[in-house]
Design a protein around this ligand. Structure first.
Ligand SMILES: *Cc1c(COP(=O)(O)O)cnc(C)c1O
Length: 423
């Protein structure tokens, strides 16, 4: 389908009228397992000699449509849908890492990702080293013999900092490791990381892909271009003990990584996506381009308005001329700089908390990428578990308020912020 434009792919990629019933919308295949044709067919499926459905922990026809849709939107080779964005991150690293291995990650990340990498991954003996998002050379300085990946967000949560994907990809490749990009905040409508050299894309589909704040999901997308045969990735290149010594890279070529994520990592770690949630995310994907453009246009108008407000100390939005990320915004995502950004209220921690207590149209909650406008004070919530210096480094200092601008009328969004700031 890749000859079609982005809007068309958003509606159609991966889907066809249901062969059994003619249903035009993708059915929710709410089933755990699938009947085998006969014993030989069953054996061939289990040996990965033929593709087909076995058990919904590993594959499901509704989820498969979502996987194909997101792979098409990202311009990737293949994708795997899982139960949450965090599950996607775990699954994405699992085929790459062995005990004692390291990866380098940008400091500007979703707060939950910082905690996952630093604490939970350390229990697997996987170790994160931090680099400065805005200084690509700082990634190089953290790479060692044990490094197996570099990890960044395309547009970084919460501050909306834009990463120089092309420069960081070049550094990862010169060390023989893949670049993983969390593309949640941009969505493929704004940035397609594979076009800039990324090797793996992960999503919290909970956010813009689903777009309506009603279901959790995650996606791992394989760009299909990385050379897994350089000796650093034995799970992909060496005989696989749980498949009678099959070599995954040799057998599956440019889909090897996506297959490994599915038939090893998802099979054994288990965060399978409910087909009902896959259906809801898929429905969201159909309007992704329309929603994303409105999100971005509203966010720019709100950021410009806040910048002039007497009670506002500063606004960080890559779409504003003069912002540190403005140049990268023009290069990487000229259609818009996303809908999530931060600003500082004069009066620090208490003023930030008061602001979130006074909004009416905005919802005070821990999510982004909903049709509704959302607000949060990261220092007292999403980034609360971090040390104060880590919080500041992640763009979540005491006076910071984060907005996720929805698709309502922009004058209503502005009026609500105005009354909350003046209350
Ligand atoms: C929300 C989010 C995640 C985690 O995704 P869940 O679906 O909540 O598990 C990861 N990265 C970013 C950028 C996010 O916004």
């Amino acid at each position: 389908m890749s000859e079609f434009g982005f809007n068309t792919l958003s509606v159609h990629a991966g889907a066809q009228p249901d062969p059994a019933t003619g249903a035009r919308a993708t059915p929710i295949y709410q089933t755990t397992a699938y009947v085998f044709e006969d014993a030989d067919h069953a054996a061939a499926l289990f040996n990965l000699q033929v593709f087909g459905n076995i058990y919904s922990r590993i594959m499901n026809p509704t989820n498969a449509v979502l996987e194909e849709r997101v792979a098409a939107l990202e311009g990737g080779r293949a994708a795997l849908a899982v139960s949450s964005g965090h599950a996607a991150q775990l699954i994405a690293f699992h085929p790459l890492m062995n005990p004692g291995d390291e990866f380098v990650a940008a400091r500007h990340l979703y707060g939950g990702s910082i905690t996952q990498f630093k604490h939970s991954f350390a229990k697997f003996d996987w170790h994160v080293k931090w680099a400065d998002t805005q200084n690509p050379d700082s990634f190089k300085a953290q790479i060692t013999e044990k490094t197996k990946a570099v990890y960044i967000e395309s547009i970084a949560n919460p501050g909306g900092v834009i990463s120089d994907i092309e420069a960081i990809a070049a550094i990862a490749h010169s060390a023989g490791v893949p670049l993983i990009v969390d593309n949640t905040m941009a969505s493929p409508y704004l940035i397609r990381p594979f076009e800039w050299g990324a090797d793996i894309v992960v999503h919290s589909a909970t956010k813009f892909l689903g777009g309506h704040g009603n279901s959790m999901a995650g996606v791992v997308v394989d760009g299909g271009r990385f050379d897994w045969g350089n000796g650093k990735f034995p799970t992909l290149s060496e005989p696989c003990p749980s498949y009678h010594g099959m070599k995954i890279w040799e057998t599956f070529g440019d889909m090897a990584y996506a297959i490994a994520c599915r038939v090893l990592s998802l099979r054994d770690l288990g965060p399978a996506l409910s087909p009902t949630n896959a259906f809801l995310i898929l429905t969201g994907c159909e309007t992704l381009p329309l929603r994303m453009q409105r999100h971005c246009d509203n966010a720019l108008a709100v950021a410009k308005w806040l910048k002039e407000h007497p009670k506002v100390a500063w606004v960080n939005y890559a779409g504003l001329e003069g912002d540190a990320s403005y140049g990268l915004h023009r290069t990487y995502c000229p259609k818009g700089a996303g809908s999530i950004f931060t600003f500082g209220v004069k009066g620090g921690y208490e003023a930030g908390k008061a602001m979130v207590n006074n909004v009416k149209l905005f919802s005070h909650l821990a999510n982004i990428g909903d049709t509704r406008s959302l607000i949060i004070h990261p220092a007292s919530t999403t980034h609360r578990q971090l040390e104060p210096e880590q919080r500041a480094a992640a763009g979540a200092g005491d006076d910071v308020v984060r907005l996720s601008i929805g698709i309502e009328n922009v004058e209503d969004i502005v009026a609500d912020l105005d009354q909350a700031l003046n209350a």
